[in-house]
Design a protein around this ligand. Sequence first.
Ligand code: PMP
Ligand code: GLN
Length: 400
Amino acid sequence: MWIFSKSGVGGPKRVKSGNAILSSYGTTIFEVMSRLAQEHDAVNLGQGFPDGNGPPDVVAAATDYLEHGLNQYPSMMGMPVLREAVAHNNKRFYGLDVEWRTEVMVTSGATEALAACLFGLIEPGDEVVLIEPLYDSYLPIVQRAGGVAKLVRLEPPDWALPVQALADAFSDRTKLILLNTPMNPCAKIFRRDELEIIAGLLQKHDALAVCDEVYEHLIFDGLPHVPLMTLPAMRDRCVRIGSAGKTFSLTGWKVGYITAPSHLLTPIARAHQFLTFTTPPNLQAAVAYGLAKDDSYFNNLAGDLQYLRDYLGDGLRDLGFEVLPCDGTYFITTDFRPLGFNGDDVEFCRHITTEAGVAAVPVSAFYQSGEVKYFARFCFCKEEASLSKALDRLRAHFRS
Ligand code: PMP
Ligand code: GLN
């Protein structure tokens, strides 16, 4: 790939440019919408991050560790105290027996965990099954790792798993499926019967699963989170990814963790050692402290978010949006056609950001192509006052 540089003597000069796969993606929708929100002083219900400052005791622990000497490179695999806490919570929440020394690794956020898994597991030419709507980092990294993506689509309003299309996407060249449950942006939780279908395909084709479970504790209405790893015969085929950013409402910390059988964690660690190698030690130790909190913390986290989901959902419904069911995550998906807006989701999200002062994310950004063009994703992990302000602004705009 070539570009023309304006710098230097003697006019434009031909210089080599960046990697074609990554360059072809442009800037992610989250960054684009957050910049636009800032420019227009909009209430940002686009990119998924909480308003607040996280649990004060977890933040205080991080401050304390920073001041009292946890400031040098920790081990590449992560600090033992955090790896033990992750292993312990695998048992506590899902009944999984995990050996922390060989089966847990700390990463710089789930994003880096995903990259380490994909670079560590994929050989050029391997097929990788991906389910749309897709979180933004999946496809570029699969492609950069040399994988061949096989896309399967879930569609609104029910986001049902197309069982035949899924089976057709698998072949004996399939290396792995990337599964996100609870799923961003559609707030779907994969039910046990759906997971059983996936487990059957993994066995049939001798394939692996990388399970992005960053929203594992953000599930509503008493529904259970079922890691694919807990199903029969799945313990050795699955990699589970968690994120302290979500579990402690501290998205900027970028602390993630991987649980995997040692034969998979070893190649993943080989990739991780050349990506970030390690993660700030005070944050690791503070997350270990947080993971040891009692059940009331995890229940209240989900309960508080459920309240905010209902608050925003009721308000949007009252404005005329069709609000789709939301079983987990930070996000509500809406069909805005009943409002009579003349344009697609990208135009709608830009319009409400610049004209109403409320940012959202177009759901088409999570697809490679196709007809899902009239859905907007709103983030509800905000103070009630921010949601109320957003609803007031939308009301004033659409009712004027
Ligand atoms: N996976 C999904 C589905 C996400 O929504 C996000 C971000 N919110 C991530 C991974 C990345 O998590 P982290 O911030 O820990 O890198
Ligand atoms: N996961 C967040 C979202 O879906 C964004 C994270 C990011 O910006 N990379 O909005």
